[in-house]
Design a protein around this ligand. Structure first.
Ligand SMILES: [Zn+2]
Length: 415
């Protein structure tokens, strides 16, 4: 097994303190948005070769012998690359409203943009690779998010509340609010949501002006209950992105507050935005994002509309399965990954690591000792490892003499 060093991404929305505090490492002085744990070619982890101290990029290491590192089943199903990417994500500010493509859309889109000669990294490039990006997030702190279209009946109640607030303001009810209410009277909820979303995302200046009127009315509205979370989200998103279509699109989406330990999963087509909090995020190894607002970056409206799933959904909460020795495994309905939460009291019995193919591990509290027939490795808080498929089965032990409760997360395939 290999100790690995992971790459910090410094996106502007990142917390400057949360990841450093979690992992017990010095702050960089810059936003620390995401720590990437995996082999995505844009920011692969670096593996230390046991014995000689040499280092190698994890994607290169895996390519040198995919059967050994990933296992035959994983290679047969996902090809000769690590199928998942794990991240520690720390949002101090909202991320862009976004949606991820299906596998078919990603393959077609990546090939099309290559054929058109859109350079990698160009601002108008949608597809950075040919993979889909289903994802999940497990909250480590209270975690706020927007996630999927809410069933329309409740959204209509919220819009009625907005209309009432505007009605008692000097400017009256903006035309946009009435149009959105009309859109959502459609008998087909998905069609109604498509119309409302399209109106907001393509509406340009009048959307910006009417959004300002809505926010002004909400700011002078005394009673935001019973839709306080939703309406406060509109106000705070507008502070950061005044007039952005995403401000009112947020009203169409489930507003989710996760307690630490709770998780949601996000299939292709689910419109979502992480607003605030620290979590463990796991996804198929891809960086394919179509943005839909709350961003100064490029928004490809036609491609976005082809990708969004407009069917309303309940919040896609992901319950943990309890395994032997009271450990939790989160298995979303995706084959690429599952997440195990490993908690070990001092002196506790060893826990079998849930492993199917390769695995990565990160320790966020205490110390653990990884032990397999082929090797072993001790990791302390902030430490991380790559476990080749060929080295399974691995047991996770508390470290003798360590008086602190150990907490670690392990990601492997869902096969
Ligand atoms: Zn996402």
């Amino acid at each position: 097994m290999y100790e690995i060093e992971n790459v910090l991404r410094d996106y502007a929305w990142g917390s400057t303190t949360a990841i450093a505090a979690l992992l017990g490492r010095p702050e960089s002085g810059r936003p620390e948005a995401e720590l990437w744990i995996g082999a995505h070619p844009d920011s692969p982890s670096t593996a230390r070769v046991p014995g000689d101290g040499a280092t190698t990029a994890l994607d290169a290491l895996i390519s040198s012998d995919p059967g050994h590192y990933l296992g035959a089943d994983s290679v047969a199903r996902f090809g000769p690359r690590l199928p998942f990417l794990a991240k520690i994500l720390a949002a101090a500010q909202p991320l862009s409203l976004q949606v991820h493509p299906s596998l078919e859309q990603a393959r077609a889109g990546f090939a099309r943009e290559n054929a058109e000669g859109v350079p990698a990294g160009a601002p108008n490039r949608n597809y950075r690779d040919d993979n889909h990006k289903p994802e999940m997030i497990l909250a480590l702190t209270p975690f706020e998010a927007l996630c999927g279209f809410r069933p329309v009946a409740e959204t209509r109640e919220i819009l009625a509340h907005v209309a009432a607030a505007c009605g008692s303001s000097e400017a009256g009810v903006p035309a946009l609010v009435g149009e959105l209410q009309d859109d959502l009277r459609a008998s087909d909820e998905g069609q109604g949501l498509r119309k409302a979303f399209e109106r907001l995302i393509t509406g340009g200046r009048s959307v910006a002006e009417d959004t300002a009127l809505v926010v002004a009315a909400l700011l002078s509205e005394a009673a935001l209950a019973p839709h306080e979370a939703e309406l406060k989200t509109v106000i705070s998103l507008n502070e950061k992105y005044p007039g952005d279509p995403g401000v009112l699109i947020s009203l169409l989406l489930n507003r989710v507050s996760l307690a630490p330990g709770e998780a949601v999963y996000l299939p292709a087509g689910n419109v979502h935005a992480y607003l605030h909090g620290l979590g463990v995020e796991v996804m198929a190894s891809s960086d394919n994002v179509l943005r839909g607002g709350l961003t100064p970056k490029f928004v490809d409206v036609p491609e976005l509309l082809r990708t969004v799933d407009f069917q309303p959904v309940a919040v896609p909460m992901l319950a943990a399965e309890r395994t032997a020795l009271d450990q939790e495994v989160f298995r979303p309905p995706f084959e690429e990954f599952q997440l195990q939460r490993i908690e070990l009291a001092p002196g506790a019995a060893p826990v079998p690591l849930a492993q199917s193919g390769a695995a990565v591990v990160i320790v966020v509290a205490g110390e653990i000792y990884l032990d397999s027939p082929k090797g072993d490795l001790q990791l302390s808080r902030g430490g991380s490892a790559f476990l080749p498929a060929a080295e399974a089965p691995v047991n996770v032990h508390p470290v003798a003499g360590c008086t602190e409760q150990a907490l670690a997360f392990a990601v492997t395939t869902g096969l």
